[in-house]
Design a protein around this ligand. Structure first.
Ligand SMILES: Nc1ncnc2c1ncn2[C@@H]1O[C@H](COP(=O)(O)OP(=O)(O)OP(=O)(O)O)[C@@H](O)[C@H]1O
Ligand SMILES: [Mg+2]
Length: 340
């Protein structure tokens, strides 16, 4: 079998990443330079700071990814790069780096949707894995839960997406981040809410579960506002915030809504598998909900591939490339770019 080696590049938000993946699955290297410490002081990603840091990190990160794969650009067949969605100034850094290498080496350039990348994280396995794990089977249902997006997609085959539902307001990750800020937990919010929740009582507060029955959409702003109301009330009464209980009760609601709706859609569309992807798929309670059921095979990436990385871009880029996609060198970035 011919091996297609894809160098993936990701710089859509606050991680500068590069990775070499063979045939969309076998990960030879995966390097991520995170900017979390840089943005902590702002309580969120500061776009100009992010793009300038990408400029500093991108070449060392690409070099390290090639080195760890024991390769040079001469061994690479395709350059895949995140085209969007994301911060324009951040995307441009990865895009121009990819173009420079594609131009210099005469390699095909493939622009990839970042959300599609998250979904393709479930195809990847580390090169040292003795036996490749089974691929997710089509048709499948993908729950994408990240910092900027929350949606349910029916995927009938490689690259064929049908969006069933989407969040009408906050993304799930955004809700974790905002609730963390409300209760005084550090950035990034998702992991700190999870940590606090582990010490708290998930039934301490009865927060609303926005089910939006009759649609496959989600809504998290009511839940966030309910947490805000409780926090304000407790503060007015000069009470110490029961941070762990608040985190646990919020997390239980968010996970319940995501899990219940996904399972319902999986039954309705009679899928062969469920894929959970995006930063929030790192959440232990969410992972346990899905791995605890036996109705559908579930694919959730390892923790290292849940949040932004370039292996997922290389993986998705491979499937586009073998499907005939090669992009021109005047390819623009797309800060807003729906998956389907
Ligand atoms: N353990 C966790 N529990 C809950 N949320 C988490 C956890 N780990 C990370 N997150 C959340 O995941 C989000 C980051 O995920 P990701 O990197 O996929 O988002 P993004 O790239 O910023 O957004 P998008 O992919 O939509 O463009 C953040 O909102 C973060 O709080
Ligand atoms: Mg992301």
């Amino acid at each position: 079998m011919q091996i297609v080696r894809v160098l993936g590049i990701e710089s859509s938000c606050d991680e500068t990443a590069a990775s070499v993946v063979e045939n969309g699955r076998c990960m030879r290297s995966n390097v991520i330079a995170t900017q979390i410490d840089l943005h902590k002081q702002y309580g969120g990603v500061f776009p100009e700071v992010a793009s300038r840091q990408h400029i500093l990190s991108i070449y060392p990160v690409v070099e390290e990814a090639l080195q760890r794969a024991h390769m040079s650009l001469d061994n690479i067949d395709v350059i895949a790069v995140t085209r969007g969605p994301g911060l324009a100034g951040s995307l441009v850094v990865g895009m121009n780096t990819a173009k420079g290498m594609a131009f210099g080496k005469g390699l095909p350039l493939v622009g990839v949707n970042h959300l599609e990348g998250h979904i393709y994280s479930s195809w990847i396995y580390p090169a040292e894995t003795p036996q490749p794990p089974p691929e997710p089977e089509f048709p499948l249902l993908a729950l994408l839960v990240s910092g900027g997006h929350t949606e349910l997609n029916l995927i009938t085959d490689h690259l064929h997406y049908q969006r069933l539902g989407v969040t009408l307001d906050d993304a799930a990750g955004e809700a974790f981040d905002k609730v963390a800020r409300l209760v005084g937990l550090p950035y990034p919010g998702g992991p700190s809410v999870q940590k606090a929740a582990a010490e708290g009582n998930p039934t301490a507060f009865e927060f609303p579960r926005s089910r939006l029955d009759g649609t496959w959409n989600f809504s998290f702003s009511g839940l966030k506002t309910a947490v805000l109301r409780v926090v304000r009330k407790l503060q007015e009464e000069n009470k110490v915030l029961p941070v762990n209980d608040l985190a646990a009760s919020f997390q239980a609601c968010a996970v319940d809504v995501l899990f219940t709706k996904t399972m319902k859609a999986a039954r309705e569309y009679n899928v062969k598998a469920i894929v959970v992807a995006g930063g929030v798929s790192a959440n232990r309670a969410l992972r346990e909900a899905f791995t605890g059921q036996t109705e559908f095979p579930v694919h959730i990436p390892p923790l290292s591939l849940c949040t932004d990385n370039a292996a997922m871009i290389a993986a998705a880029g491979y499937y586009h490339f073998i499907n005939g996609q090669v992009d021109p060198l005047d390819l623009d970035v797309l800060p807003t770019w729906p998956l389907s």
